[in-house]
Design a protein around this ligand. Structure first.
Ligand code: ADP
Ligand code: ZN
Length: 662
């Protein structure tokens, strides 16, 4: 009788694979049902004819679906497990749709005939970029292009033209976007061009719909697939092009579960495993990406001007040290009024939710803090006074608002600082004062977009639509309003406080500040009328703020690289962050020290710590971190043992290429 051994990867396990006997003729990539600890589990065949010998080996129960995952995609998953120091079981948990195995709900529909509509003639710089990308596509060669183009330079049009060519030749393309709420924006542009051949993984899909789509995409029903970071895992037949829009964006990083992958880097590796072309697009590339272009790892394509030579918005600084203590300075207020009177649109950016970030007592110095995390709680106003809340933005703890200072018993509590709710009030007051013509506006005039107003699926999309309709005049929000928006009627961008991110104790805080400010400024003046930006800051001389005012990425890059070199931070080294978490403070430190000692013995790794995390205590959990610095060509497998380390009452979170080190 036919017999062999197979290695099978099982989702949600801490191991790369398990070995089974089988009498079925199995191939790499087959989906099987196998026994594991008295339960039946689904798994993917990783290796047929395994030579591994262990006692008490069990039999594969059943072949569910052959060729479930293509071999090169499986190799990508394996690479991820090694690179991110996690297990293949953990990779599969993130990569496969949940409950994959509610089996095949997908029925193939007849393929849709392509309908390609007219498109604008590319400008000279655009067509140069397109030509170089398409030459690589034609040769089926792996190549990564960094498309560095200033805001409004027509990067999206480059993507569209390249995809058009790929589709015409029968290929398929994958486009990643940073936030799931942004998929409809890019989707619309692709759909206008390519109609029903485009599909998007958007936020209002249920698990079941997602699973169906996963199968439909895998079977080749669509030509263009648009979605957030996890879309990078979906098998696509005949894949010729992967696009990563706004490649610098931190949402590409998985920030909760292992493996803590960056979808941009996984996309590049996928290009390598599938021999296809990858485009990384940004107006503010991550320092490492621009460096990679500098050393020839990526090909640099530059778009230096806005379409039709539209001017970049003029950026004016408001030095908050010199201004009255108003959250909206007189300069910004005047500008907002002007724009409202002209019936144009404004975007106001503040990276802080809630009404006020602090509740304090000016008499005794009391500051309301989270009892678990010991960090200040944010005051959130509600429609009725009784339902107002103090909320901890670190752990989500909520409590009622006190009216008497718990320390000195005085009735003198004050709200300090401003969040989006407070600014919304101020904007509404400006609007009321102006008495705008009712035929020009529709209620509400001011839209607020943050995690509180867009909690549920599809709400962010709705807010964008209301703004696009033109009846609403001011879009106020957190980071969600900084990304990729293309609203031609926006002629003013106001930045309430440019310093919020600068204050984080992180080596990337200057880079992030530069990126966010440049991106949000780039939302102004994209249509026929020129744009203006007002940036309020206490640090107008700080280099990331200064260079964002000058909108000079290359200068910023040069300055930042000098710092990185002095400190031996990426791209001059590789970082791995180990975070130990647990309820017992002493044990957490103890375990962290043990890990420190283990890693310290390894050659060619510099180990720092253990240190208190910036968020040292979240809820009841203490957090301590160890930072590893290695050479760039570090062999990750050397540290893979860390993932299976057994700690006493603690968990270990491993973050390779962390975006935040604190
Ligand atoms: P980016 O993504 O670089 O910020 P977009 O691709 O959104 O810029 O382009 C900015 C604007 O210019 C869009 O409204 C787009 O439709 C328009 N545009 C892009 N390329 C062309 C072109 N070749 N001819 C005319 N208009 C263009
Ligand atoms: Zn808390």
């Amino acid at each position: 009788m036919f017999k062999m051994k197979v290695d099978v990867a099982i989702p949600n396990t801490k191991l790369d694979f398990f070995t089974y006997n089988t009498g079925i003729d199995l191939q790499v990539g087959d989906l099987v049902l196998v026994p594991l600890r008295n339960k039946l589990k689904y798994g993917v065949v990783l290796k047929a004819n395994s030579q591994r010998d262990i006692t008490g080996m069990k039999d594969v129960k059943e072949l569910i679906e052959s060729k479930f995952i293509p071999t090169n995609i499986l190799r990508l998953y394996e690479w991820m497990a090694d690179y991110y120091l996690s297990s293949l079981g953990e990779v599969l948990r993130l990569a496969l749709p949940s409950k994959i195995l509610k089996k095949y709900e997908y029925t193939q529909r007849p393929s849709i005939p392509p309908r390609i509509t007219e498109s604008p003639l590319p400008t000279y710089p655009q067509s140069n970029a397109i030509k170089r990308i398409l030459t690589a596509v034609k040769h089926d060669s792996f190549e990564t292009f960094l498309l560095y183009g200033i805001t409004g330079s027509g990067k999206t049009e480059v993507y569209l033209k390249c995809v058009e060519d790929v589709i015409e030749k029968g290929g398929r393309a994958l486009a990643l976007v940073p936030e799931i709420s942004m998929t409809p924006l890019l989707f619309k542009k692709f759909q206008e061009r390519f109609d029903k051949q485009v599909v998007t993984i958007h936020s209002s899909l249920t698990d079941k719909e997602r699973r169906k789509l996963w199968y439909a995409i895998k079977e080749g029903e669509y030509r263009v697939i648009i979605g957030p970071r996890s879309t990078v895992f979906i098998p696509v037949p005949g894949l010729k092009l992967i696009i990563v829009d706004e490649e610098h964006d931190h949402s590409y990083k998985e920030h909760e579960r292992m493996p803590r992958y960056n979808a941009r880097d996984v996309a590049v590796m996928r290009g390598k495993f599938e021999n296809c072309v990858v485009i990384l697009g940004s107006a503010t590339p991550q320092i490492e990406s621009y460096h990679n272009a500098g050393i020839g790892k990526y090909q640099l394509l530059t778009l230096k001007e806005r379409i039709d030579r539209k001017p970049m918005p003029e950026i004016e600084m408001v030095d908050l040290k010199k201004e009255s203590k108003k959250f909206i300075s007189p300069q910004l207020e005047t500008k907002i009024e002007e724009v409202l009177n002209k019936n144009e649109q404004t975007i106001i950016f503040l990276n802080r939710r809630g009404f006020a970030p602090n509740l304090i007592c000016p008499h005794c110095g009391f500051i309301a803090k989270c009892p678990y995390c010991h960090l200040p709680v944010v005051y959130h106003r509600a429609e009725r006074k009784e339902t107002a809340l103090l909320s901890c933005h670190t752990c989500n703890y909520k409590s009622r608002v006190m009216s008497i200072c718990p320390k000195c018993r005085r009735r003198t509590l004050l709200y300090r600082g401003a969040g989006t709710q407070r600014i919304e009030d101020m904007l509404n007051r400006i609007v009321e004062r102006l008495r705008l013509h009712p035929e020009q506006i529709s209620e509400p005039v001011v839209l607020r977009l943050d995690r509180d107003t867009a909690k549920r699926r599809g709400e962010a999309e709705k807010i964008f639509e209301m703004f696009e309709d033109g009846g609403a005049k001011v879009l106020l929000g957190t980071q969600l309003v900084t990304k990729g928006l293309d609203f031609p009627e926006v002629t003013l961008v106001g930045i309430v406080n440019a310093d919020v991110i600068l204050n984080l104790p992180d080596f990337r805080s200057s880079e992030r500040t530069f990126q966010i400010l440049t991106q949000v400024a780039g939302r102004a003046g994209r249509g026929a009328k020129p744009g203006k930006v007002l940036m309020q800051t206490y640090h107008p001389e700080q280099y990331s703020i200064l260079y964002s005012q000058l909108q000079d990425y290359p200068q910023f890059y040069a300055r930042e690289m000098k710092l990185r070199k002095d400190l031996q931070f990426p791209p001059f080294s590789k970082l791995i962050l180990l975070r130990v978490k647990g309820e017992n403070e002493a044990i957490v430190w103890n375990e962290a020290k043990k890990i420190f000692d283990i890693v310290k013995k390894r050659r060619n790794i510099r180990v720092f710590g253990p240190n208190r995390s910036f968020y040292y205590k979240v809820r009841k959990i203490y957090r301590v971190f160890i930072l590893l610095k290695t050479a760039k060509d570090f062999q990750h497998r050397r540290l893979k043992f860390l993932n299976s380390l057994r700690l006493k009452n603690c968990t270990l979170d491993i973050d390779v290429d962390p975006l935040e080190v604190f």
